[in-house]
Ligand binder design. Structure first.
Ligand SMILES: [Zn+2]
Ligand SMILES: [Zn+2]
Length: 364
């Protein structure tokens, strides 16, 4: 077979093969609808004919459903049947048409077929939703409400402290989440080598932090804050013990920080004004910096942390001179990634860490 088709244009070959497969899919659907009327699946111990096909024909639920609904509806769709035979539409179009017919009384095939011929299957699906809404707004609304009822979000903490998230959002809720996350998940700065999944995860955390000093309850010893050898890890609500570098980053600009003074078992709240970049200072900083000061990054001020060039635990002041705005990702690269930031003629210059293996990368 392969030798025979070697000379054929592969594009034309794909189209011809798909046409053959589509017609076979149609035949499969017609036989599936007949099979559904028998009691063979019941005798074989299956709950539904669909389950029988899913297991014995190695199909997904969606494909089984499409076969059954096309097989059931196709006798009401003579024009579409002609169109698939002639290759004007594909089986994907026919399945959408049949699903729409299945949900509507008084379905008019002639209205939708020209749209099926004109559009890709994905676009045609959207056109069919509009058609369904125009023909039966109440039924369409009820279906949307059912989707809302299926919403769920589960959060479980894994043994290593990671948060596992699974869930389903209805179309409107999902769109709201996407439109909030997508702009934040765009690549930022030079050499952003995060995957899309990593950027989306960062965007979610950034969104949850809300662009203001994080309301995180962090507790650590002075030794931990200074990153001294032998110091215990830091503590934070809902989290596993934190490394020194993470404690240093969070304490740079977080609103609730408690420092344990070693030996005295004394817990003090370090004064907000001594360390927190907020109020008037944040406003002035936002006017001066406008966005993250990492070279090439334009994450706006409202999404940035205030970073102390010299940490307050090391005597750095919380003032305009010693603070710069950094987005969450670049703030992390400075503390956990050990990049150095220095000011040269009021310009921020980055210096890569000596050892980069396993650490966040950034602009050269
Ligand atoms: Zn910082
Ligand atoms: Zn940045």
């Amino acid at each position: 077979m392969l030798e025979m088709i070697e000379d054929i244009d592969p594009g034309a070959l794909l189209v011809a093969m798909r046409h053959t497969i589509d017609r076979l899919e149609l035949q499969f659907a017609q036989v599936a609808a007949e099979f559904h009327q028998t009691d063979q699946w019941d005798r074989d111990g299956f709950n539904t004919s669909g389950d029988w096909m899913r297991i014995n024909c190695n199909m997904t639920s969606r494909n089984v459903w499409n076969a059954l609904v096309v097989g059931e509806q196709v006798r009401h769709l003579p024009l579409s049947l002609e169109a698939i035979q002639s290759g004007d539409i594909g089986f994907a179009h026919l399945a959408i048409m049949a699903n729409t017919a299945d949900k509507l009384d008084g379905f008019d095939e002639a209205k939708l077929l020209p749209l099926a011929k004109e559009h890709s299957a994905g676009k045609f699906y959207r056109e069919c939703l509009h058609y369904r809404h125009s023909a039966d707004a109440k039924g369409y609304g009820e279906e949307q409400e059912r989707l809302v009822e299926e919403r769920s979000l589960r959060m479980n903490t894994a043994e290593d402290g990671c948060l596992l998230i699974t869930g389903v959002l209805d179309p409107v809720g999902g769109a709201a989440v996407r439109s909030a996350l997508e702009p934040l998940a765009r690549p930022s700065g030079g050499h952003d080598d995060r995957t899309r999944e990593q950027r989306l995860a960062d965007a979610l955390v950034e969104l949850a932090s809300g662009g203001k000093p994080a309301e995180l309850h962090v507790t650590a010893t002075v030794e931990t804050l200074k990153g001294l050898a032998g110091a215990p890890a830091g503590e934070m609500e809902f989290a596993m013990p934190l490394s020194s570098a993470t404690v240093q980053r969070l304490s740079c600009d977080c609103s609730v920080m408690r420092v344990i003074l070693d030996g005295k078992s004394l817990v003090i709240d370090v004064g907000r004004s001594k360390r927190l970049v907020d109020g008037a200072l944040r406003k002035v900083l936002a006017v001066r910096d406008k966005h993250c000061q990492w070279p090439g990054c334009d994450r706006p001020a409202s999404w940035c942390d205030g970073h102390h060039l010299v940490h307050w635990i090391d005597g750095g002041d919380t003032n305009l001179e010693n603070c710069v705005l950094l987005c969450k990702r670049h703030h992390r690269m400075v503390h956990e990634g050990r990049w150095k930031l220095i000011k040269v003629d009021s310009q921020i210059v980055t210096i890569a860490p000596m050892v980069t293996f396993g650490l966040p990368r950034g602009p050269d």
